[in-house]
Design a protein around this ligand. Structure first.
Ligand SMILES: Nc1nc2c(ncn2[C@@H]2O[C@H](COP(=O)(O)OP(=O)(O)O)[C@@H](O)[C@H]2O)c(=O)[nH]1
Ligand SMILES: [Mg+2]
Length: 238
C-alpha cells in the first residue's frame, strides 16, 4: 500500500472516529478500528489462500442498493453455469430475495443476513466456507450488502472485486466514492439501455473511475438487455 493511500485511509478513519467518539476515548476508538481492519485483512488473506489451494476462483461485487448487482449475477450465471460449479454468497441486512433470484440459474446460494451491519466482512465468508465442501465448487461470487461506503473497509479474500454503479445514480456517483474504485479491479457502469432517456454523462463516469485508479477496467453494460455481459465475463477471465 502506498504511503499516500495509507495517509488517506488514516485520515478517513480519524474523521469517522471523531464522529463516534468523545475526546477522552477518541484515540482508543481509532486504534480499535485499525485493529479490526488488520484482523479482517489477515483472515481475508487466509481465505484467499484456502480458495486458491482448492482451485476456486473468487469474485466479489459491491455497489449501492438497486445498482443491478443481482441482475448482473443472474445474467453471468445464465451464461456460465454449465461451465463452472458456482456458489453465490449474498449479503443483505434482511431477507433472502437475492439468493432466491440467483438460485433459479442453476447455482448454489447462501444468504447472509447482517442485521445492522452495512457490509460483509471476512469473518462472514469464513463462516460460510466452513460449512461447505470446497471440492463442490470452481467459482465463488459474493454479492455484498448494497452500500458504496462500508464495503471499502473490509476485504473478503476474493481474487477480484467489481464495483457496480448505474447511470440512474447520476454522473457524480463515482467522483463521490473514491475509496471503492481505488480498491476495485473492475468498474461496471450498468443500465446503459437507459442512457438516451436520462442523458447521464457516461464519459465523465469512465474518466472518474480511471482517474482514481488507472489500472481499473471500466465496462459499460446493461444487465437488462445483456449488452456487454460477454465483455464482463471476459474481463473476469471466466
Ligand atoms: N433498465 C434497467 N434496469 C435494470 C438493469 N439492471 C438492473 N435493473 C433493475 O434495477 C433494479 C435493481 O436491480 P437489482 O439487481 O436488484 O440491484 P441490486 O440491489 O444492486 O442487486 C431491478 O428492478 C432491476 O430489474 C439494467 O441494466 N437496465
Ligand atoms: Mg441484490
Amino acid at each position: 500500500m502506498s504511503e499516500k493511500r495509507k495517509q488517506e485511509i488514516h485520515r478517513i478513519k480519524e474523521l469517522e472516529s471523531i464522529n463516534l467518539a468523545t475526546e477522552d476515548i477518541r484515540e482508543f476508538v481509532i486504534e480499535t478500528k485499525k485493529e479490526v481492519e488488520k484482523d479482517n485483512e489477515l483472515l481475508a488473506n487466509q481465505i484467499n489462500n484456502k480458495l486458491k489451494n482448492n482451485g476456486i476462483k473468487s469474485i466479489d461485487i459491491v455497489g449501492a442498493i438497486g445498482a443491478g448487482k443481482t441482475a448482473i449475477l443472474e445474467k453471468i450465471a445464465e451464461k456460465i453455469s454449465e461451465k463452472y460449479r458456482i456458489l453465490v454468497i449474498c449479503g443483505d441486512i434482511t431477507t433472502r430475495v437475492d439468493a432466491d433470484r440467483i438460485e433459479k440459474h442453476n447455482v448454489d446460494t447462501v444468504q447472509i443476513n447482517t442485521g445492522r451491519e452495512c457490509a460483509l466482512n471476512a469473518y462472514h465468508i469464513h463462516q460460510v466456507l466452513k460449512s461447505k465442501d470446497l471440492n463442490d465448487y470452481d467459482l465463488i461470487f459474493v454479492e455484498n450488502v448494497g452500500n458504496l461506503i462500508c464495503p471499502s473497509e473490509f476485504k473478503l479474500g476474493t481474487d477480484k472485486r467489481i464495483t457496480v454503479v448505474s447511470i440512474t445514480e447520476g454522473e457524480w456517483v463515482i467522483e463521490k466514492h473514491p475509496m471503492l474504485f481505488k480498491m476495485s479491479d473492475i468498474a461496471v457502469i450498468n443500465k446503459i439501455d437507459l442512457l438516451e432517456r436520462l442523458g447521464t454523462n457516461l464519459d465523465k463516469m469512465v474518466k472518474d473511475a480511471k482517474n482514481f485508479n488507472p489500472n481499473i477496467e471500466v465496462i459499460t453494460i446493461s444487465a437488462k438487455t445483456g449488452k456487454n455481459i460477454d465483455l464482463l465475463i471476459e474481463a473476469l477471465e471466466l
